[in-house]
Design a protein around this ligand. Sequence first.
Ligand SMILES: [Zn+2]
Length: 909
Amino acid sequence: MARAVFPLFILHALTLLGTMVASAEEAFPLLDGDRRAVIVGSSQFLLEAVERCTGVRLRLVAERDYKKQALGYPIYIGDTHKAREVLTKEIASLDAEGYVFLVRPDLAIIYASGAVTDTGTPLLYAEANFARQFLAVDQYFPGELGLVYPRQERITIPCGLHVENPAFEHRHWSGYSGAAGPAWRLRASGGGGRYQFHHSLYKIIDPVKYGDHPDYFPMRLDRRSGRIEDTRYIPTDNFSAYWQPCTSNPAVLDITVKTILGAFAATPGLRSYSLGVNDSGGYCLCPECQKITPEGYTPQSDEAIGYRFYKFYNEVAERVARNRPDARLGFLVYSALSKWYPEKLHPCLMPYLTLSFADCWDAEYKRRIYAHIDRWSRIAPRFGIYEWYHGQGFFIPRIYLREMAEGLRHAHATGAEGFYAEAYANWGLDGPKLWVTEKLLWNPKQDVGKLIDTYCRGLFGEAAEEMRAYFAFLETAWATQKPSNDKRGGYRLLTSLHKKPQFTEVFSPAVCDAAWALLEKSEAAARTEMVRTRIAYFRDSFGATRLASTRLQAGETMRELLEADRAPALEGQEKKQRSVVDWLIVLEAWARFPSLDDYMTTIRDRAPWSFQEFCEDAIKSRGKSPERQTRTSFAAWDTDAPALRPIVDLVTDAVIATDPANAEQFNRQVLTHLSDWGEQAKRNGRFCDHAVGVLRPLCTRVTMDGKRLASAPKIDGTISKEEWGDPQLDGSLYRYPLENTESGDRTRVWVGVSGDKLFAAFHCYQDPDTVLNKVTERDVAPMHERGVIDHGRPFPYLGEVDSVGVSAWENGWVVAIVTSGGGLFDGKSTPKGYIPDWNGAVAAVRKTEDGWAAELSMQISNPDALVGAVKGFNFFRVRNGVRSAWVPGQPQRWALAPNRAGILFFPQQ
Ligand SMILES: [Zn+2]
């Protein structure tokens, strides 16, 4: 039988629509006028793909019913007799997930095993890959927007033979599992995969099962004292981390071997088992373990710990192999285990090297990573790569596909068979990163540039060139970065954990503006609505990077100016004070962008898969009513303008100097002043409208009119109109830690004086079923050695609780906090923390139909001073740990700290 033999992958060159037209002699007519294919066998994907592209539904028949003369051009799909007859040799060469396409003028075959593997159904992605190659059908990222079904009238398939096996047998990443459309030929979820290697020892030496054998568990190093604990640690709760079994104990070895052999016996088809260390250290340093120490090292050193573990692993493998010579025992080369290279490793053992190619732009780092791979490749005939590919937690794009491809090629050439990544994709920032990597895992020799071309052409059509330039710019920005420190590795610049301003060292506002210009150029090139929408998806996503970077840098500039203003004048020099207008102009650079949270709220619906947090929120919110859906806040990643509060103070001081009689007069004056200053700036050719816009609500919300109450309200939790009159505040408080973001929860606040007491009442609107009533006691809090309640420790009145509070100036700062459960904390407030030895408050709470209410009174030692404008008050609310306040919090600090206070206007007696 004549068969055209094409070299592997030559068909990649034919993926583009325009090149798919082939003459009748050398092409198979999937749909070409009257000549149509009939699907013989079964189709999980192609049938629908053809219909979505052409509107034509091809005929589908079982192989036994197929009659060639009657039915035209057959395309055999699946494990068919025809495939087995024609492709015997090719099928024999296939990996469990491999597949074959054969295309001739008279027939076509798509063969893959119908069996489900750890990754999915090979036939499904064989069909999907056929559709990608010959119909340009693809899913580039999750969601409808990432799906491409090009409209076409006729589809002919060029003849050829195509056999594909994965270069990396095990391909797997963590993160949103819906990311993997049918064509994504890897496992995308937590756990599993062809070879097991992840944290596992806590499951083998199960503390619940073996808790009465202390000698299976470790004597750990107490890091604070530097001494080894003299009792063994038997984990109770959270037992998957911070400990390892005592590997010198022969019983631990026996149990490990028995567990593994038991699993192989119980699970037909199981090929691998994990021996991975538990996370976060906690290695045993008992006297017996210490005896196993290589010459020249101390027993506590990482090298000795690694040495001990490899000895243990070898012993386990040797015994398992007696029964199961083909077993693979995966493990992580991680933590102390990456500090020692064993001389010999049992061939059943399969290490996964934890590393990241992200920083391979640094030649010295790259040399180290490659040397590590090379050295392990000589120790272990089979190994895997464990890459920190995030995604999540980064607020900048991290595209390093060329380094990734080179790294994968190198790893594969030296024997790597497994690949795992913590991917947690930011689809909107990282663009082609994951799509291209998935292709490289099947064949790392592919040209990355061509793959990115395919991605851009598929998604952006007429604007492909422009978008390609944008992604190339992002990759270059990463590759040419010049960081200020020599830290390297996968988690570097992770914003969510560390809020590292260093991310602007890669994406400075200027670099962001240049990238932005490329996005605008792409938009201008777009001609179709779909392409415009897709470009907007990436522009909206990158807008978050640009916003975060610009605000961060503007904030840093303000911090420096503030410090300069506060520093004493140099001798012999007079210090020039910045005016309010000067500050407004400085603030403008920060204020021209909205807060990160507000921005993310606007893009969440337009670009639902762009950030991993959105993906996770969507998964957690499935089937829940709108008010119970999860919404990750990005506030902690944002920057505050450090000068915001000082500028508010400048404005407040200027207005108080005009002697307003009450809050309303004060607020009118604020608006007049702000608009005058704005005009003044404009006359000098400067613009500060955004700054004025930010200040307006802040400056008109620092005053309230305090009432003189006719009589002292009864503190019983019932806020009656007769006692309290109308509330002075009805709306949303400002949410910590930001200066100018409202919490969104409605709160009503009343405040007044009577006799020698200050009274305050709160009505907190919320679903009554969500009110947290845990804390019911008075003044219970963990004290610090210094005699204060430490800000850094859990404080029950502000933790996972609903509460309200008042801070006031009363011979020093005092604070009273009332929980919805009736708990009360009243004490002094100092910059170092709270001291509970002030007991001037009385409080009562009550549940209402629409939330809960609190009343409280505070003893005042000098009530005669409460006349006219009095500074020194704040009101706040905590809802399930989320704090908000009347006068918003100082950047990075909690609003209860002294000096965050508003002004009450008290009428004359
Ligand atoms: Zn031990």
